[in-house]
Design a protein around this ligand. Structure first.
Ligand code: GMT
Length: 379
């Protein structure tokens, strides 16, 4: 099938999922066209089955805000016609499903039929939950999609609760290419980051408020009072500066490495002993799954889709949002004994296998075939 994929190409789980999905689909013989405003960060190799088309938004001084949705829908129309794309898979209702619907209508006007599959990743749903401004556009975009998927049962429930959705929502969990996390490195070069007796704790996110960055620092503060440890903070975002200040106030700045965005997540996870994800909510928590695939147990909250990913007492522990003491105690429980740590590491890896790319991608293929069949028979 010739498939157009629209996603946010920057660092972030939804872009990673869309990119890995496109790569795997291309390996399975599909022709994939990424249509985004810049090349997705994890899309390293272009191959004969993978194409990238940049959406360029011309700058007009007349417009206070440049109309990205308009540029995207025009680009989608052009690319569908030029490459005979048969289906569009868009990640995020706003603005992608919204722009895709406009493109679909323009194409129908020329008797070109292209169904839309929309995957919900969370933020547009939870954002609307707390801020109803976009509600009509999100509801419309979801209802007009030919098939809708959500990355967790929890996100499906939230979507049904917050919006008036007529359609079925298929839960297709995020996935991981396990083989990519079996590192080729025989030595993780742990000694560059920490002394031999120090444990390595890691947090990776875009450091938005929802990630509860101060809790990451406070949990680490408690851990390092009991055990020698270093904290790796990976990512960029609005809460980073505050985290650096808090670390300074607590006198632990010398124990923390702030990396910024990194393309070497697998190397960082390779030398990590524990992953912290104390988010207020996560529709899924792809970063936790990536950690587990590298054999790193996870201390997380029990919010959103996290309990579907991290199994309490097996791959790590779950606590209530803001329960810093509980999360600290759970971390110390895992870290203070080598056998326990090794058991949790093995469990984390085993848990990640439930989300193998080879089990999940065929679910998308089935949804595509069904959406195409239905759309062609009704239009
Ligand atoms: O969490 C973010 O801030 C980034 C956002 C994104 O667009 O990548 O993540 C959302 O989608 C990911 C992929 O499906 C999920 O793993 C994250 O849990 C979800 N974030 C939230 O729900 C806050």
């Amino acid at each position: 099938m010739k498939i157009g994929i629209v996603c946010y190409p920057t660092f972030g789980g939804s872009g990673v999922v869309a990119t890995e999905l496109g790569i795997e689909l291309s390996k399975r013989g599909h022709e994939i066209h990424f249509i985004t405003y810049s090349q997705p960060v994890r899309l390293e190799l272009l191959s004969k089955n993978i194409h990238f088309h940049e959406v360029h938004v011309p700058e007009y001084p007349l417009f206070l805000y440049q109309p990205y949705e308009l540029a995207l829908s025009s680009k989608l129309v052009d690319m569908v016609k030029l490459h005979n794309i048969e289906l569009l898979h868009v990640h995020y209702a706003i603005p992608h499903a919204y722009a895709a619907y406009m493109a679909q209508q323009m194409l129908l006007d020329e008797s070109i039929k292209v169904p839309i599959v929309t995957t919900l990743h969370g933020t547009d749903i939870t954002l609307v939950g707390s801020h109803p401004f976009y509600k009509p556009a999100v509801t419309f975009s979801i209802n007009k999609s030919d098939a809708v998927t959500s990355v967790s049962e929890s996100l499906k429930r939230d979507t049904k609760r917050l919006f008036n959705i007529a359609k079925d929502i298929y839960v297709v969990p995020n996935f991981i290419d396990i083989e990519k996390h079996v590192h080729g490195f025989t030595d993780c070069q742990r000694e560059i980051m920490a002394d031999d007796d120090e444990l390595i704790i890691t947090h990776i996110s875009n450091m938005r408020e929802v990630k509860q960055i101060p809790d990451v620092i406070k949990i680490f503060y408690n851990i390092q009072k009991s055990l020698p440890a270093k904290l790796m903070m990976v990512g960029e975002g609005p809460e980073k500066e505050g985290a650096e200040r808090l670390a300074e106030e607590l006198g632990i700045k010398h124990r923390i490495v702030f990396f910024g965005n990194s393309n070497e997540i697998d190397r960082i996870l390779c030398f990590s002993d524990l992953f912290l994800l104390p988010s207020k909510t996560e529709s899924f928590g792809l970063a936790a799954l990536e950690a587990m695939a590298s054999g790193v147990p996870v201390i997380s909250t029990n919010s959103g889709g996290l309990p579907e990913v991290n199994e309490d007492g097996f791959s790590g522990y779950l606590s209530d949002v803001n329960a810093v003491e509980d999360m600290s105690n759970n971390a110390i429980k895992i870290l203070s004994d080598v056998d326990t740590l090794n058991r949790f590491k093995a469990n984390a890896k085993a848990q990640s296998k439930k989300f193998s790319i080879h089990n999940v991608v065929p679910q998308y293929e089935k949804i595509y075939e069904e959406a195409l069949r239905k759309f062609l028979s009704t239009n």
